[in-house]
Design a protein. Structure first.
Length: 740
């Protein structure tokens, strides 16, 4: 045993002892108090929470981000309550605190866990300086429906990518030791299946077969538990008929019994009482019963536990063990955070919000998150030496707040550098920049600004359009049924196109959008998500070729919304489509018979392909993939195989590429997806440089929950691909043979 793990074990034993000693002194009312969390976002919380704190009947608050007030509440808890138990102070610190990183979906596009880890570290320090010691992040719900507004907050459609990015985020928030100033506890949410809301309508019911739940939706949560996420949050939604907040299959069978998770579980906002609204229970008392027996340890902003746990216990409906387990876990986190030793925030000891280091990390994250979707005739990068003028047009070119995206309670728009100001700075005096907002917001209709924009484009050498969605169009409860560019943006694009000038669209949005109606109208598209505080400088660097785009799509971009759900890791079906068999509506001959259009799985009017696939993203250079090789063609359960290939920068500019590894298990006890991401690596290559990239797979990496619901890799044949997107075509094969 290493010295440090021996030290950690000793620390755990010490904490367990302190927890047990404290628990032994607690009254039932004090225990139940620890299991409650209240909103402290309005007025002066000392007035309405002070007495409850003094009586030791409140374990946690949320939505207060003011170190002085938090310190005062902690003082009351510690000095004026009988047992002096400090508070957990929770807040949604989702993609930054004051300094805002790109949306999580943008961070996922970097395919770089360092982006997530570093961003979370910055966020933790800034949040800690406001008295916060617990964030409700990361959100690791798998999202295969861009109508769902919370896809913005997710790492996209893939369980492996989500698991890697989620784990890195947890590491960034929590550091090596939660007691270190500037670290905060993480919360993996929303357990589980929330992203599968019917029709992408937030809070709607989800129906997910158990295999699918385990193989797709639960995988990132297992990665989060393994990464040491201090807490989990339940989801608002109904999962197969039992809302997640009372779902004993999820909370007891999987999380507690199978995974042995030792952190605590918090409900979502008032989601215990909502069990009645769902139609699961008849009153709050029953709701409290169902949640506590399923394994929800703390109630967020509701009083079902506060009002009913005591009588449930005295009436013998629940056992004191359920309460003690919850309180033990909550207290343990308070000890781990070092709150019993020092509950107070010392702002001066933490780095200032929006410092240089934070801004540099935000800029790098933004740079790596932008995905270039199209670049006809290599219109990008712009040549600042050749151009005399550019028109900067659109509702999102100069909106310091909108570029931050959803969930930025504490985001400071005064720190934002907008694309317009970054372009102006880049241009200096040599390049004229003509700015026209054209539309007040992304939803505006045709107005006089359109003519002004056309005039600016006509007078300039290139038009740069800043389009997309403002931040309010995505996020919680902000789902859309039409995911095209809102308002009259498409009309604006058409008018600018008529000037005959090169047109570059830079799109800022919280979700994949349907862009089929503009791809022929623009030369280039940079998809920037909501890129955060430093979005402007990152976009300017990419436009002018200071850096090459390197982001890759973490979610499929459908051609039209009717294709949703469309994702790369789908089942093959018995009638998979091909270019030859999937006849499109316009190609159907007069009088064709029912079967002559192919009888395959596709839409007559959309085909079978998305507009842009998962993992896709262009660069200013070309990357070539060759010489795929395997360390073995046959392996046995428990073995490893190394898959390698050469990646060459075949162009003339240094650039980074995200090399991706996909696998297909050709036959299984349940059918397997046509491809699954199993590895990725971001590499920087000089012009002409070739590197050999190796991925190692253990047979455990190929395991899935099969027909018998056991996690195992099944013997048989596998295909592997290495390349720059989920459509990579450099392929090899191997087998897992039965153990001899
Ligand atoms: C959201 C959670 C969030 C909580 C606290 C809820 O409405 O679903 O994700 O952490 O509010 O703000």
């Amino acid at each position: 045993m290493s010295v440090s793990s021996a030290g950690a074990q000793q620390q755990t034993a010490d904490i367990d002892e302190r927890v047990a000693a404290l628990l032994a002194q607690m009254t039932l009312a004090e225990k139940i108090g620890q299991m409650t969390q209240r909103n402290a976002s309005f007025g002066n919380p000392v007035d309405y929470l002070g007495d409850r704190l003094r009586s030791g009947r409140l374990g946690s608050i949320l939505n207060l981000a003011d170190a002085d007030v938090v310190n005062e509440l902690q003082r009351i808890a510690v000095e004026e309550s009988r047992l002096g138990i400090p508070l957990l102070v929770g807040r949604d610190v989702i993609h930054g605190f004051g300094t805002i990183m790109p949306l999580p979906i943008g961070q996922a596009a970097s395919f770089n866990p360092d982006v997530a880890r570093d961003g979370a570290r910055v966020a933790a320090r800034e949040a800690a300086s406001a008295g916060i010691n617990w964030t409700f992040a990361p959100m690791i719900d798998i999202s295969r429906d861009p109508r769902w507004g919370r896809i913005a907050e997710s790492y996209g459609e893939d369980p492996y990518l989500t698991g890697v990015m989620g784990a890195a985020t947890i590491e960034g928030f929590q550091g090596d030791d939660l007691a270190t100033p500037g670290t905060i506890a993480a919360c993996a949410k929303h357990f589980a299946g929330y992203g599968a809301a019917e029709a992408g309508r937030d809070y709607s019911a989800t129906y997910i077969p158990e295999n699918e739940l385990r193989n797709v939706h639960l995988r990132p949560f297992k990665a989060a538990a393994d990464a040491g996420a201090a807490t989990f949050m339940t989801s608002f939604s109904d999962v197969n008929g039992v809302p997640a907040t009372a779902n004993d299959f999820l909370l007891r069978k999987v999380l507690r019994d199978e995974w042995g998770y030792e952190g605590f579980v918090v409900s979502d906002w008032d989601s215990i009482r909502q069990l009645q609204t769902h139609g699961l229970t008849e009153n709050d008392r029953e709701s409290a019963f169902q949640a506590v027996t399923a394994g929800v340890h703390m109630e967020m902003e509701g009083d079902a536990y506060f009002n009913h746990l005591e009588s449930l216990l005295t009436d013998g409906e629940i056992d004191i063990a359920a309460i003690d387990t919850a309180v033990r876990r909550i207290l343990r986190l308070k000890f781990e955070l070092g709150l019993f030793d020092n509950p107070y925030t010392d702002r001066a000891a933490l780095p200032a919000i929006g410092n240089e280091d934070a801004l540099a990390i935000a800029k790098r994250a933004a740079l790596e998150s932008v995905v270039m979707l199209q670049n006809k005739n290599a219109v990008l990068p712009l040549d600042a030496q050749q151009l005399k003028s550019v028109a900067v047009i659109g509702p999102l070119a100069d909106k310091p707040y909108e570029q931050l995206g959803t969930w930025v309670f504490d985001g400071d728009p005064t720190l934002s550098v907008t694309p317009l100001s970054a372009i102006q700075q880049f241009a200096g005096t040599d390049l004229t920049v003509r700015y026209v907002e054209a539309m007040r917001n992304s939803r505006s209709r045709v107005g006089p600004g359109f003519d002004e924009a056309v005039a600016a484009a006509a007078a300039s050498d290139a038009a740069l359009l800043f389009l997309g969605e403002e931040s309010i169009l995505s996020g919680e409860a902000h789902s859309r049924a039409d995911i095209g560019l809102p308002g009259d943006q498409v009309e604006l694009v058409r008018r600018i196109r008529e000037t005959g000038k090169p047109v570059v669209a830079v799109i800022l949005a919280g979700r994949p959008l349907t862009l089929a109606n503009i791809i022929d109208e623009v030369d280039a598209i940079l998809f920037a998500w909501h890129p955060g505080t430093m979005g402007g400088p990152a976009i300017a660097d990419l436009l002018f070729g200071v850096a090459s785009p390197s982001g890759k799509l973490p979610a499929t971009f459908p051609r039209m919304v009717g294709q949703v759900p469309i994702y790369y890791a789908h089942g093959n079906t018995g009638k998979p489509p091909t270019a030859e068999t999937a006849t499109l509506i316009d190609d159907i001959e007069e009088g064709a018979s029912q079967t002559s259009v192919g009888n395959v799985a596709y839409h007559l009017d959309a085909g079978f392909k998305p507009l842009f696939p998962f993992g896709y993203g262009l660069s200013y250079t070309e990357f070539r993939y060759d010489n795929i090789a395997l360390s073995a063609n046959g392996i046995e359960p428990g073995d490893r195989v190394v898959i390698s290939a050469d990646v060459t920068n075949a162009g003339e500019i240094a650039a980074e590429e995200v090399v991706q590894l996909y696998v297909r298990d050709l036959a299984g006890s349940i059918t397997r997806p046509v491809r699954e991401l199993k590895g990725f690596r971001r590499v920087g290559l000089a012009p002409g440089q070739t590197v050999r990239i190796e991925f190692e797979l253990h047979t455990d990496d190929l395991a899935f929950y099969g027909r018998n619901m056991q996690l195992a890799a099944e013997p048989g044949s596998f295909h592997v691909w290495i390349g720059g997107s989920s459509e990579a075509d450099l392929q090899a094969s191997f087998r897992i043979d039965k153990s001899r």
